[in-house]
Design a protein around this ligand. Structure first.
Ligand code: NAI
Length: 308
């Protein structure tokens, strides 16, 4: 299994590191536009191989896509991250051009590739890849829900004073501060609804902190986070590489599911060797359905800024 990661910055390097450490891929190719940067990151990571006990071969290239030929999966992390106070949507001007060009290069050398889109505003970038790549829809997967659900579980465990492995929960809809929809009604602690343990104030706290999870880190770090984003991507790549048929919330092209059409939004899906094996229909409460529709409207507005 060969995986390409475009963008050898904070998130791209973290993706490559987690993928290599889990030892399920034969090769990871890092691509960056900055001269020597991907080669340097690849060499540094390879020098951890004997220390961390992995056999994955990591190489880097400055923009030579012929080195990515035959990739099964490609992850797009190239583009600018947000600075404190910025929204993800403000990145569209620069990132749309980068994502479009990168997609063309990837598909040219790996026509069968499955693309995981990470660059922000992610739901809109995933939509752009659908409109420009010519790939079938099951081969384009936006990464947002995997990360946002991990942040939701972190906040649930904190509020419940429980180990994270005891809690389960999922975030769907948009990967944005306002459009994220943590499904508190479905979250559980050892199978028991968390609403039985948490006061209304605690429930509100968990939801609000989850939604601004990325912004909180951007404020603390001065740029956006990379460990959890990289780990989230590695879980998705592993589900494909090992045909796990694992349920992961991802930003996918909807054609009638959840009442939406012609839009990429976060929904739970079974991820396996073919990419998206199936979209899972979870019954939403009336309030959740309304919030899902509002998130769709906001993403649609951002999509309107795209030029193909
Ligand atoms: P970074 O600035 O550390 O890395 C981005 C890299 O992309 C840089 O090394 C840059 O040289 C490279 N690049 C720019 N144009 C390129 C091109 N045309 N071809 C190849 N490489 C190119 O940024 P970071 O922190 O890694 O974030 C990357 C993106 O991921 C941002 O848009 C950020 O907002 C997004 N992100 C998305 C998350 C999600 O959950 N979907 C989570 C975290 C970040």
């Amino acid at each position: 299994m060969k995986v390409t990661v475009v963008g050898a910055g904070a998130v791209g390097a973290s993706c490559a590191e987690y993928i290599a450490m889990k030892n399920f891929c034969s090769e990871v190719v890092l691509v960056d536009i900055k001269e020597g940067f991907a080669e340097g990151k690849a060499m540094d990571l390879m020098q951890t191989a004997s220390l961390n006990g992995f056999d994955t071969k990591i190489t880097g290239t400055t923009g030579d896509y012929s080195k990515t030929a035959g990739s099964h999966v490609a992850v797009i992390t190239s583009g600018i991250p947000r600075k404190p106070g910025m929204t993800r949507e403000e990145l569209i001007g620069i990132n749309a051009g980068i994502v479009k060009e990168v997609t063309e290069n990837l598909v040219k050398h790996s026509p069968e590739v499955i693309i995981i889109v990470v660059s922000n505003p992610m739901d809109t970038m995933a939509y752009l890849v659908h409109k420009t790549s010519g790939l079938p829809k099951h081969k384009i997967i936006g990464m947002g829900g995997a990360l946002d659900s991990a942040r939701f579980k972190y906040r649930l465990a904190e509020a419940l004073e429980a180990p994270i492995s005891d809690v389960d929960g999922m975030v769907i809809a948009a990967h944005s501060d306002t459009g994220m929809l943590p499904l508190l009604s479905k979250a559980t602690r050892n199978g028991v609804p968390v609403t039985e343990f948490l006061s209304e104030d605690q429930q509100k706290y968990v939801i609000e902190e989850t939604k601004v999870g990325g912004a909180t880190l951007t404020k603390l770090l001065g740029t956006s986070a990379w460990y959890a984003p990289g780990a989230a991507v590695s879980v998705m790549v592993q589900a494909i590489a090992c045909d796990q048929k694992k349920m992961i919330p991802c930003s996918l092209m909807l054609e009638g599911e959840y009442g939406q059409n012609d839009i990429c939004l976060g929904v739970p899906a079974i991820i396996g060797a073919n990419g998206v094996e199936q979209i899972v229909n979870v019954t939403l409460t009336a309030e959740e359905q309304l919030k899902f529709s509002e998130a769709a409207n906001a993403v649609r507005e951002v999509n309107g800024d795209l030029k193909f």
